[in-house]
Write a protein that binds this ligand. Structure first.
Ligand code: NHW
Ligand code: EN5
Length: 359
């Protein structure tokens, strides 16, 4: 049972399959004057602080909390180590079917390891909900590795080894049956040179063309980000050690025909004497119209290998299934569940019907 989540405006397990329930907001918006004006009570000795992420000292405190206490894999071998650039919150527009909804993207919920299982998380979630309501936003999107009431879809993580020797040394992957290290290294070897003519890094002047390409691509998915040019500039313009974006500019017409991107999310390797950091690239948004998806993503693998990533990760969202197996990705031991707060879908989506990637 879910004593907290049962009280929240989210799809409930008991309602799965009940097609009489309407699609859309579960609770209506209320006048802002009716939103609770003061913060929720915390157990004594605790107090709320609003983190000014523009302050280097405060940003470092948040970064250090997460570096030591944020998400680990099920065997506690790796812990996400998001860089400071990721630690800001911005509103988003997410389209559900034909409706574009203003939402908060909730991320980086974290309770210090020593303060776990004291029901602090429900208070934090209620407080962030209250603060989002005061911004006149009534829906949210979030992902988690745990099952909560109730996923709009459940995605599988896939992993493409770029540096198989290190991945095996640190326990991220294992030597396959009847495989030697040298055969494994050969299996995952990538060419030095890129394949696609006109493949280049995205630049500021590409924002309008990339926005058009992405908006057109994302329009086919049941739930998707509604990107405008400002969003594309913020989320997709290349930033060293944060996000990498590449596109294909037709050598003849100079049209931007294809796009691929990935973000940088290292993990701390816990308790290994030889290595401290696993450098991982995560597939972000990709669009192929003139180049085959396979060739486009193969070029993305080549550049990520050149940039020193150990592994390239992807979810089975959008059309990613079409390249995962052929490009030698293998399924991981983790899943990612997607959720909406205060918005009911009539039925769950397939991962391939989802056009949304949260960092
Ligand atoms: S998912 C990553 C979340 N963070 C981590 O996993 C870091 C390591 N773990 C921790 O820090 C990305 C703690 O274990 C946390 C729970 C804090 C996770 N989402 O305090 P208690 C995100 O950041 C429920 C939601 O005793 P704890 C997305 C759990 O089911 N709920 O546990 C965040 C139970 O409720 P139940 C989660 O271990 C989205 C209750 O918390 C959860 O000390 C947030 C237990 O609380 C999770 N990941 O702390 C929701 N994990 O009903 C946003 C556990 O089952 C909603 N729980 O009894 C939208 C808000 C905005 C709306 C605006 C309109
Ligand atoms: C919110 N934005 O479990 C995120 N990762 O598979 C919060 N496994 O890396 C939610 N256990 O399978 C995050 N190697 C939920 C995910 C939490 C982190 C997590 C998984 C995803 C992961 C790795 C390492 C497992 C270590 C032991 C994994 C196998 C790789 C292998 C490579 C060769 C081909 C087959 C697969």
């Amino acid at each position: 049972t879910h004593k907290f989540w049962e009280t929240q405006p989210v799809g409930q397990f008991k309602d799965i399959g009940d097609t009489s329930l309407p699609e859309g907001p579960i609770e209506p918006a209320t006048p802002l004057s009716e939103v609770k004006q003061d913060p929720y009570n915390l157990p004594s000795v605790y107090e709320w602080t609003t983190c000014d992420m523009a302050s280097d000292d405060i940003c470092s405190e948040v970064y250090n909390l997460l570096r030591s206490n944020y998400v680990e894999d099920d065997e506690n071998m790796f812990r996400f180590n998001y860089s400071k650039e990721f630690l800001s919150g911005v509103p988003a527009r997410i389209r559900v079917r034909d409706e574009v909804v203003k939402m908060a993207e909730i991320n980086f919920l974290c309770v210090h390891k020593k303060l776990r299982s004291k029901r602090l998380a429900p208070v934090m979630i209620k407080e962030v909900t209250r603060r989002v309501h005061l911004e006149n936003i009534w829906q949210a999107a979030y992902t988690a590795g745990v099952v909560l009431p109730t996923p709009i879809t459940t995605c599988q993580y896939w992993h493409r080894s770029l540096n198989p020797k290190k991945l095996i040394d640190v326990g991220f992957s294992r030597l396959g049956a009847r495989m030697t290290m040298s055969r494994t290294i050969k299996l995952y070897k990538l060419p030095e040179a890129l394949v696609t003519p006109g493949f280049r890094k995205m630049e500021l002047l590409d924002v309008p063309a990339v926005t058009r390409l992405l908006r057109n691509y994302l329009s086919q998915f049941g739930v998707a980000t509604d990107f405008d040019e400002n969003d594309v500039e913020h989320w997709l313009l290349p930033r060293e050690d944060v996000v990498d974006s590449y596109l294909v500019e037709s050598p003849e017409t100079h049209d931007v025909t294809d796009f691929c991107s990935f973000y940088t999310l290292p993990s701390t390797i816990l308790g290994n004497p030889n290595y401290t950091t696993l450098k991982a690239a995560y597939s972000y948004y990709n669009v192929a119209t003139q180049t085959s998806f396979l060739q486009l993503m193969n070029d993305a693998l080549i550049v990520s290998k050149q940039k020193g990533f150990d592994v390239f990760n992807a979810l089975d969202v959008m059309h990613n299934e079409s390249f995962l197996k052929e490009l030698k990705f293998g399924p991981g031991d983790g899943q990612l569940h997607y959720y909406l707060y205060n918005y009911r879908l009539r039925s769950a989506l397939k991962p391939s019907e989802l056009g949304l990637v949260l960092l």
